[in-house]
Ligand binder design. Sequence first.
Ligand code: ATP
Ligand code: MG
Length: 330
Amino acid sequence: MYTVETHNLVKKFGDVVAVNGVDIKVKPSEIFGLLGPNGAGRTTTIHILSCMLKPTSGEAYVNGYDVMKHPDQVRKSIGIVFQDPALDDRLTGRENMEIHGMLYNVPRKVLKPRIDAALELVELKDRSNYLVRTYSGGMRRRLEIARSLIHTPKILFLDEPTIGLDPQTRERIWEYIEEMAKEEEITIILTTHYMEEADKLCDRVAIIDFGEIKAEGTPEELKKQLGGDVITVKTKKVKELNNAVSGFEFVKSVKGTSDGLKITLMNGEEHITDVACTARDNGISVESLVLHEPTLNDVFLHYTGREIREEEASGSMLAMRMRASMGRRR
Ligand SMILES: Nc1ncnc2c1ncn2[C@@H]1O[C@H](COP(=O)(O)OP(=O)(O)OP(=O)(O)O)[C@@H](O)[C@H]1O
Ligand SMILES: [Mg+2]
């Protein structure tokens, strides 16, 4: 049985098709990633699965319950960490968790030990009696994750769990997420546009763009699908180099990037010199030429013709911060 399953899920907002026929199947205790750029439809998908939005058409089942027919059962089965911060910063960390426990009717007797255990998991027990206003961004995110566990959900949705956090905090959060999936047997569906996060953390990844799943599999499978090595070339003469190398029988595909191109090819080590010599012979100046194994970034580029760029990450980070500070001004 799958813990989360969708069939041809569609969500339209007027003319905008946010989710366009999404099919996913997630197994128990799996960490499943929705990887895509801004506006890909990831938050919308999560909102449908958590009964906050009704789909325009299609079906979705969470913990075996139809989101349209049994929303209360679905809500009882899930925890969610929203993309936008959703803590009350005038309360302490512990108070935020207590309110959540009461909202979910967690019996008083078990509430305190559960809060303690969750705070321990994310290493916030010492700071639990401080106002959230005094927490750093990473501490707030950890508290939100801890809070989402209080009613012992079977399935956890994490919408951009580590956005805007420093690499060290991000890695700690990955550890908590892995621990929850393995030890508590929670199924985790997370969204991310960090390639590294999808690669290191997720058992399976769905690459989503313009509301459609373009590819799906384990990070290893996805990278293998490219079937070769990749040479990343930095050059201003994109068209010229593309024309020069496209004819080689060892070249599988060539895709333009923001500052050059990526060549997927067989036996990269053998042929990197051919590429370099071809550039030289055609008078094409090249800033750098790097041979590497395919990354999820290359996979994304292959299926969508675009890269997920870091600016997009900082764009949503900025929007998130603006919303957070507007919230505080109220
Ligand atoms: N309530 C809404 N009304 C109108 N359009 C919406 C609404 N919510 C989302 N959209 C549109 O649906 C599309 C998908 O948005 P969604 O928030 O699901 O993307 P996402 O993948 O979560 O991206 P990100 O969070 O990085 O911005 C976008 O084009 C967005 O503008
Ligand atoms: Mg989103």
